[in-house]
Design a protein around this ligand. Structure first.
Ligand SMILES: Nc1nc2c(ncn2[C@@H]2O[C@H](COP(=O)(O)OP(=O)(O)O)[C@@H](O)[C@H]2O)c(=O)[nH]1
Ligand SMILES: [Mg+2]
Length: 406
């Protein structure tokens, strides 16, 4: 703005109008004002001073001032105006900087507290109601902030659809256990581990019923074996189920016994292994059980039963405790006992563990189904679900009664 071929001037007059008129008179229509301020002139100790106006400005050099100012005074005036203008410019820069800092601060604050846009706040509240972990909620909110404009945030149906998709994408589903009895080779060994009371035995009974019906052949399609370091009375529970279903049941205590059992049961379509441990904290006993289970070798597949009523930090702990068993997937039990499953979805998403089966009641065998994304999404509170759309996106709810024998 400030250029060398400009001529600079300062004018002082009693009123702005007079200052402007004087400027026009002296420098013509092309003259431009740079700064403008009120000054006090005359008087003593500030008394009887009169208000005056001082303007500074510039005009192109080719326009000759009608009443030229002497050269040294002119240079002084020029320097003064330049200094003023520079000060003004750096002030503008500082102000701009402050404004951007303020904006950043506002943005950060709205991330933390009540100032967030209504759509975002609503999603946050729904996710919290469903017991999603703080980390999971934060991630979803960050994603919304990244992908949605402020206007889009006002369209709640669209926002909700997107969030449901994101949650659905976080849920991993383990494909159905496929059993083959045609080749007669080896034995499928399906082992369920998990904390006491998680629903292992009940799940084993349900699976035994599901897999025990259908198929054919001379040897039993399904056998149940209980790994029990203590031979406690719990065996009675599975024996009762097994009797009703006419499924052979056995109990083994050591790796040697288990190996013998597997050799004897060769040709069985599916061996379901129920395990009993005291407390999952009893790590020595868990290690002992792992030794026994290892006897099944590569023919086995281990799944971990976890109750949907378990709080997030405990689920994390359980997943870690049973890590040495190298379980493939999680069987989610007692879904009927809670309306909030954000905790489970959050922790499983973070640990990248898939869900294989979902149990939602005590009835054997009907209260079990193949895990599906839609079944879990349907359990979420506060969202308006478009089931048809979700089925298209994530596939339908699977029926466990489909024959898995091939
Ligand atoms: N409501 C509900 N109860 C279940 C479910 N699965 C198991 N249970 C109950 O939970 C309790 C413990 O189950 P159990 O199979 O003995 O657990 P385990 O110690 O892991 O073998 C029993 O009273 C079961 O009836 C389920 O999906 N829903
Ligand atoms: Mg049990």
């Amino acid at each position: 703005m400030i250029e060398k071929d400009m001529q600079y001037f300062t004018i002082e007059a009693p009123t702005p109008r007079e200052a402007l008129e004087q400027m026009r008179r002296q420098y013509g229509q092309e003259a431009r004002i740079l700064t403008h301020k009120s000054v006090r002139r005359g008087g003593m100790l500030g008394l009887f001073a009169r208000e005056a106006v001082e303007i500074t400005g510039y005009v192109g050099k080719n326009i000759k001032p009608k009443n030229p100012v002497s050269s040294p005074a002119m240079e002084e005036s020029r320097q003064r105006i330049l200094a003023e203008a520079r000060r003004e410019q750096s002030l503008q820069l500082i102000l701009k900087e402050i404004e951007s800092l303020k904006q950043n601060l506002r943005r950060e604050e709205s991330g933390k507290s009540g100032e967030m846009p209504a759509g975002l706040a609503k999603i946050q509240s729904i996710l919290q109601t469903n017991d999603f972990t703080a980390a999971f909620v934060e991630e979803i909110l960050a994603r919304i902030r990244r992908d949605f404009s402020l206007e889009d945030l006002d369209n709640f149906p669209v926002l909700q659809t997107q969030v449901l998709d994101w949650i659905g994408e976080q849920i991993r589903v383990h494909p159905p256990v496929r059993l083959s009895q045609a080749n007669g080779q080896g034995t499928n060994v399906f082992i369920v581990v998990g904390p006491t009371g998680a629903g292992k035995t009940t799940t084993i009974a349900k699976l035994a019923a599901v897999f025990g019906v259908g198929g054919g052949g001379s040897s039993p399609k399904v056998r149940i074996v209980t790994i029990d370091n203590y031979r406690i009375a719990a065996l009675r529970q599975i024996e009762t189920y097994a009797e009703i279903m006419r499924i052979p049941v056995a109990c083994v205590e050591s790796a040697g016994e288990f190996r013998k059992f597997l050799a004897m049961a060769d040709g069985t379509g599916l061996i379901l292994v129920d395990t009993i441990g005291r407390s999952p904290r009893d790590l020595a006993k868990l290690a002992e059980m792992k030794d026994v289970l290892d006897a099944a070798g590569t023919r086995s597949e281990i799944h971990l039963a976890v109750s949907a009523t378990t709080k997030a930090s405990d689920v994390e702990e359980i997943l870690k405790t049973f890590e040495p068993f190298k379980y493939r997937a999680v069987i989610l039990t007692k879904l009927d006992e809670t309306l909030r499953i954000g905790n489970i979805i959050s922790v499983l998403a973070a640990s990248r563990k898939p869900i294989s089966y979902i149990a939602d009641g005590q009835s054997v065998p009907q209260d079990i189904e193949q895990a599906s994304v839609i079944r879990l999404l349907m359990n979420l509170e506060g969202f308006h679900l478009n089931r048809e759309r979700l089925e298209k996106r994530f596939g339908e709810r699977a029926k466990i009664s489909d024959a898995y024998w091939s």
